[in-house]
Write a protein that binds this ligand. Sequence first.
Ligand SMILES: [Zn+2]
Ligand SMILES: [Zn+2]
Length: 272
Amino acid sequence: AAAGGRRSGPRSGQDVKLALPLTLPEVATGVEKTVTLKVLEVCEPCEGSGSEAGSKPTTCGTCGGAGEVRRAQRSFFGQFVSVAPCPTCAGEGVVVSNPCKKCRGEGRVRAERTLKITVPPGVATGQYMTLRGTGNVGPRGGTRGDVLVVFEVEDDERFERDGEDLFCEALVTYPQLVFGAELKVPGVTGDLSLRVPPGTQSGAVFHLRGRGLPRVNASGTGDLHVKVQLWTPQSVEGDEKQLIERLASMQGQAPERREKGFWSKMKEVLGA
Ligand SMILES: [Zn+2]
Ligand SMILES: [Zn+2]
């Protein structure tokens, strides 16, 4: 079963759609889920025939069992024959004259079915996989449809996602930017460490290669892009206040412009 694709057809009435919620860590690793869903199963008393025990469907009188009707029509170009499904038996060729009491002649009844779903890593909301032959059984012994599992990935407030790439923000203090630091940053399946060099500007973006999400049904893994953002305390007092006041008297004002090349580096990072 592969994710993606689109299909429709005469059996679409037998197909069952199932929304499957997933967390981002589940997307990162892939996951096996067990779900219970409502499907139409073969009616036991009539074994799917739709006829009450002891009776049998009878040949349709309208089409004589052919399931289709032919009509001769005259037109300017001469006589031609059109073929259409029989309106009495809907193309089945037989009619249930003594319908089963349990299924009222449908040959199928509502039931619950438990399915094990193996979700491949890297899926996204709206993608789906098809579990062939696990859906509703057709009326009166008809073929079984599919279950379409549609993935719904829940928002993870720690990350923004773009395909297999993830973006997050890490708050840092001023001394950490000045002296450099080893930061703990959120990874999708656990914390990661990020080395920030001395003299880092607030807003700089670092790339942790291969720490994003796996590509679905392909090899390779995306990156985690971490933007370091200066955290400013809401209020300061005591020693901290005195220190920052001293710093303020020393530093005065920031330069009018960022160092040369900052914006071109930034554009590179953003892929602009
Ligand atoms: Zn018929
Ligand atoms: Zn029945």
